[in-house]
Design a protein around this ligand. Structure first.
Ligand code: SF4
Ligand code: SF4
Length: 91
């Protein structure tokens, strides 16, 4: 369970959530982030961003503006909400 919680922490910063399912791994957000907050999962069939240094995020919103697929959102994505509700996880 702890492993799952640790993974969920990589889906958010203080200011936003990400929905990795929407990510097409263009890496534009990584290039514009001034604080190296965003990292990549780059396996052949499994490519998307993760939030690696959430504490460094300054909420400049550059990543949000440049993402063409709406990966970033203020609210927790439904897919994550359903996931944690089913498992009774508290964040
Ligand atoms: S800009 Fe959007 S689609 Fe591209 S890597 Fe970042 S989150 Fe994924
Ligand atoms: S809001 Fe700014 S600092 Fe935070 S992850 Fe996005 S680009 Fe990086």
């Amino acid at each position: 369970m702890r492993n799952v919680v640790d993974r969920l922490k990589k889906m958010r910063s203080e200011y936003f959530w990400i929905n990795p399912r929407l990510c097409t791994a263009c890496w534009r957000c990584i290039k514009v982030c001034p604080k190296r907050v965003i990292d990549r999962v780059g396996f052949l069939w499994h490519r998307h961003i993760i939030i690696q240094n959430a504490q460094e995020c300054i909420n400049c919103k550059k990543c949000i503006k440049i993402c063409p697929h709406g990966v970033f959102s203020k609210e927790m994505p439904d897919i994550i909400k359903t996931f944690i509700e089913k498992r009774g996880i508290e964040l």
